[in-house]
Design a protein around this ligand. Structure first.
Ligand code: PLP
Length: 403
């Protein structure tokens, strides 16, 4: 059992008041809060060894380089990648996806097919559309079901010898539903298609093993798993990362440069042009350490308790509907009959409760349900039943005021 009070003490922001009320932070799906261990790592970097990496011979530069590479190894171990150079540090999920989409836009040919799921975040739709347009490839979509699951039966029918790439999120950010990625990866591989999994919404709850999954590419952001914003990772199998062209030109990504020809550096530097988010990368490593110290089994057990508790209480409210009811993480997307989600969100904010309202960068899902958006409460292991009770009372109050 987790000692919740001890864990909450790790997050100084939870002491805050909003509109005179204690902050209740249920917007973890947008970004998670930051524990002292990570904040201290950031302060330590800028206080003691802020320097550019890889270039300098001086002590500070060496210290920064060592810490940055240590962080890469922590991340490698966390995701069980075979080699540390298969972990590319990026500015986040969005950039990681763009690295792959941009690379494949010169590899794909006319007639090739690319499959995405209907549950995607916009950052996992738009880059593929751009890529397909450039390459003349066709984008196909795995339909979703009413309960927020994917129609895997239809996916299996869509696969054929022309399928080159499949993109799917591990967990839907709008609904919290968990996709059967093992199955998707296995089926795609039968046709020789590569699979990219967007793990941005999964990594706060699940510890993926990229070798066991046999996934080709796996991407995530640090800021949804207790790390800072502006840093994330791209895992790719070595031979695939070697096959892809670099994403950006610049310093650090080259081997030799002349005006006739430039040869590129090896992995991971080929994809890390320019000065990276050094402090962010190091803090990402600290976030991974923090979450592993708590333990993903403990996190999942605790979040499931919270999810079950909140779901049961919310469903007692007349006219309240929850979207996405298949296997899921601790994300609850809901609406109340006849009330706009934004209005509920505004009242909750006045009461110190942070939820997200809107389409959650997943417009096609909202179109599927024919709704403008939802109220999304995304819970984390540091939340409590008391906070859920306060939200339930607030939702009831909002319903009374608005209907
Ligand atoms: C948050 C999120 C993204 C985008 O992550 P950034 O950190 O903004 O790049 C992509 N996909 C999913 C599923 C997300 O939840």
């Amino acid at each position: 059992m987790l000692d919740i009070n001890k864990i909450r003490a790790d997050f100084p922001i939870l002491e805050r008041k909003v509109h005179g009320k204690p902050l209740i932070y249920f917007d973890n799906g947008a970004t998670s809060q930051t524990p002292t261990a990570v904040i201290d790592t950031i302060v330590d970097y800028y206080t003691n060894y802020n320097a550019n990496i890889h270039r300098g011979v001086h002590t500070l530069s060496q210290e920064a380089t060592d810490k940055y590479e240590e962080a890469r190894i922590k991340i490698q171990k966390h995701f069980n990648a075979k080699h540390s150079y298969e972990i590319i540090l990026t500015s986040g999920t969005t950039e990681s996806i763009n690295v792959i989409a941009s690379g494949f836009s010169v590899i794909l040919k006319e007639g090739d097919e690319v499959i995405v799921s209907a549950l995607e975040h916009h950052s996992n739709i738009v880059p593929w559309q751009m890529m397909c347009e450039k390459a003349g490839a066709t984008l196909r979509v795995i339909p979703m079901d009413e309960d927020g699951s994917l129609r895997i039966d239809l996916f299996e029918e869509m696969l054929n010898v022309n399928t080159k790439l499949v993109f799917c999120n591990h967990v839907s950010n709008a609904l919290g539903t968990i996709n059967p990625i093992e199955k998707i990866i296995k089926s795609a591989h039968k046709f020789g298609a590569y699979v990219l999994i967007d793990g941005a919404q999964a990594c706060p709850h699940i510890k993926p093993d990229v070798q066991q999954l046999d996934v080709d590419f796996y991407v995530t952001s640090a800021h949804k798993m207790c790390g800072p914003t502006g840093v994330g990772m791209l895992y790719g199998k070595q031979e695939l990362l070697e096959m892809l062209p670099p994403y950006q030109g610049g310093g650090e990504m080259i081997d030799t440069v002349t005006f006739e020809k430039t040869t590129y550096a090896g992995l991971p530097h080929k994809f890390e042009a320019g000065t990276p988010n050094i402090c962010g990368g190091i803090a990402f490593g600290a976030a991974v350490d923090y979450m592993n110290a708590i333990g993903f089994d403990n996190i999942q057990e605790r979040e499931h308790q919270l999810l079950d508790y909140a779901t049961k209480k919310l469903l007692e409210i007349d006219g309240l509907k929850i979207y996405g009811t298949s296997t899921k993480t601790s994300v609850i997307s809901f609406n109340i009959d006849g009330i706009h989600p934004y209005d509920i969100g505004s009242i909750l904010d006045k009461l110190g409760i942070a939820v997200r309202t809107g389409h959650h960068c997943a417009q096609p899902i909202m179109d599927f349900y024919k709704i403008p958006g939802t109220v999304r409460a995304s819970l984390s292991f540091y939340n409590t039943e008391d906070e859920i009770d306060t939200m339930i009372e607030a939702v009831k109050k909002a319903k009374m005021m608005l209907s």
